[in-house]
Design a protein around this ligand. Structure first.
Ligand SMILES: Nc1nc2c(ncn2[C@@H]2O[C@H](COP(=O)(O)OP(=O)(O)OP(=O)(O)O)[C@@H](O)[C@H]2O)c(=O)[nH]1
Ligand SMILES: [Mg+2]
Length: 473
């Protein structure tokens, strides 16, 4: 049995998406990917490390340079099968016609399994069958990954499949730029079947991936928990000695309050992004994302939690008092959102009025002046909006493959609809949990908070699982 972690070389023609497959599978956003063929010149190993242990390695390689002549040499080779690749490298290492082959064969000389990547969107060509034949002749365990770069004609894919069957017993369709966690696990599951010797190690690898994913969901839930706790506990305060400056100071303090809350949220989102290994490439939110609007922007509040019908009613200028009745009339679908919206939209301001969210207190102090306090938050709506925005952010991050280097457009991946998972659509059991959590936090009894927070995190993990479409144990 092999004792080292499984190793797979990702091979193919130049520019087919080899580096993209490596980057997505290894969740490494430092991999160089470019539209120019020949971007990858040397082999680079990308280990996946979980809990300090290498669980699998993927080797990115340059594309074939001279497949026809390589196959000719292989067909003329008469030595022992296991010496063929080392012998090819030894014979051609000084020949610049085979620089890339000598390089891409290096991991094969060490017994790596093969993941052959092709762009299934383009038509199949003769050169492809030559490359496939080379790989078959190596006798190494191998799988073909059809990575359709664009939505190719379905008949192209069918031709690819039937040609691939001649050389590979495992054929997978995999979209490197869009693969979800579930699809990545699926690909690893198929790797198990390419070589019985790798199987026990790969079972272990897959278990490690799943356990790690579960841990990430736990950590995300605890980041959201902490964010809400921090926001509930926060207030901005200032002493103002000048009686005439009280109003202006209060406005400035409201701004400070608002900025700090926005900063708490950013920190939480950065934590989530980091946990999902988006480190190097600066991940951009898609332009259509609701998160492109600031936390306190009216649009944020309009979109999170308001159905079209409610928007229309809100647009008709219904104020706070009526809002709460409409809320009831709609059977509680809005989970209280509309009540807040009624008052906020009724106020007609471009930004959500902070005074409606966090109470301000002005207390006289000895020797003149006042102590001004903004916060803590009085209106649960801010907490629901923060929860929703964290769920939206999580959804963006997990659906953003590490191989992507562009800015997503509407309809590319942002169309994954997480509306059913937003607070306004939660079932009664979950609503009860979050309401209880907020109430307990406000009371401030630390032993009760511990339990309420654990219950909130447990519920959040189950929502995150649903959003990620992957049920871990
Ligand atoms: N839309 C889309 N584009 C992709 C996909 N995979 C790769 N590409 C694009 O295709 C180009 C080549 O991708 P790479 O991953 O660098 O390909 P490669 O096979 O490593 O290329 P070389 O190293 O040059 O041989 C890049 O512009 C990628 O963004 C995909 O699944 N979907
Ligand atoms: Mg490359």
């Amino acid at each position: 049995m092999k004792t080292k972690s499984p190793i797979f070389a990702v091979l193919g023609h130049p520019n087919e998406g080899k580096s993209s497959v490596v980057s997505t599978l290894a969740e490494d956003d430092s991999v160089k990917i470019s539209p120019t063929p020949g971007e990858t010149r040397t082999c680079r190993e990308h280990p996946v490390i979980i809990d300090g242990r290498i669980v699998i390695r993927f080797v990115d390689t340059p594309g074939f340079q001279n497949p026809r002549r390589t196959l000719e040499w292989i067909q003329g080779y008469t030595g022992p099968g296991n010496r063929m690749i080392p012998e090819f490298i030894r014979t051609h290492q000084k020949d610049e016609n085979f620089t890339d082959e000598c390089e891409l064969f290096l991991p094969l000389a060490e017994g790596a399994g093969i993941i052959f990547v092709v762009d299934g969107a383009r038509p199949f060509r003769k050169i492809d069958s030559i490359e496939m034949e080379i790989l078959r002749k190596t006798g190494l365990p191998r799988m073909i990954v059809i990575n359709a770069k664009e939505k190719g004609a379905a008949e192209n894919i069918e031709i690819w499949k039937s040609e691939a069957r001649k050389h590979f017993n495992i054929i997978r369709l995999f979209d490197a730029h869009k693969a979800s966690f579930a699809q990545r696990i699926d690909l690893l599951e198929s790797l198990k079947h390419i070589d019985p010797e790798w199987q026990p190690a790969l079972v272990d690898t897959i278990d490690a991936f799943k356990a790690d994913w579960h841990q990430r969901l736990e950590e995300t839930a605890s980041i959201i928990d902490q964010l809400l706790q921090t926001v509930i506990g926060y207030k901005a305060e200032k002493i103002c000695r000048d009686e005439h400056a009280i109003e202006t100071t209060r406005d400035q303090l409201s701004q400070t309050y608002q900025n700090r809350i926005a900063e708490f949220e950013k920190q939480a989102h950065r934590g989530i992004k980091k946990r999902f290994k988006h480190n190097i490439f600066s991940y951009e939110l898609p332009p259509h994302s609701i998160l492109k609007n600031d936390l306190f922007n009216k649009k944020t509040w309009q979109v999170l939690g308001l159905t079209l019908r409610q928007m229309a009613i809100a647009g008709a200028g219904i104020g706070a008092g009526v809002g709460s009745q409409v809320d009831l009339a709609l059977g509680g679908i809005t989970f209280g959102v509309f009540t807040a919206m009624g008052s906020i939209l009724g106020a007609g301001s471009a930004a959500v009025g902070i005074r409606k969210i966090a109470g301000t207190k002005i207390k006289g102090i000895p020797l003149g002046g006042a102590k001004i306090e903004v916060g803590p938050v009085e209106n649960d709506q801010l907490l629901y909006v923060l929860t929703d925005r964290s769920l939206v952010y999580f959804s963006h991050v997990i659906n953003w493959a590490h191989s992507r280097r562009d800015t997503p457009e509407a309809g590319s991946f942002g169309d994954i609809d997480i509306t059913p998972h937003l607070t306004a659509n939660w079932g009664e059991a979950n609503r009860r949990i979050i309401r209880h959590f907020f109430k307990t936090l406000r009371k401030g009894d630390s032993s009760l908070i511990k339990n309420a927070s654990a219950e909130f995190r447990k519920m959040t993990i189950s929502i995150l699982k649903k959003i990620s479409g992957f049920q871990t144990a």
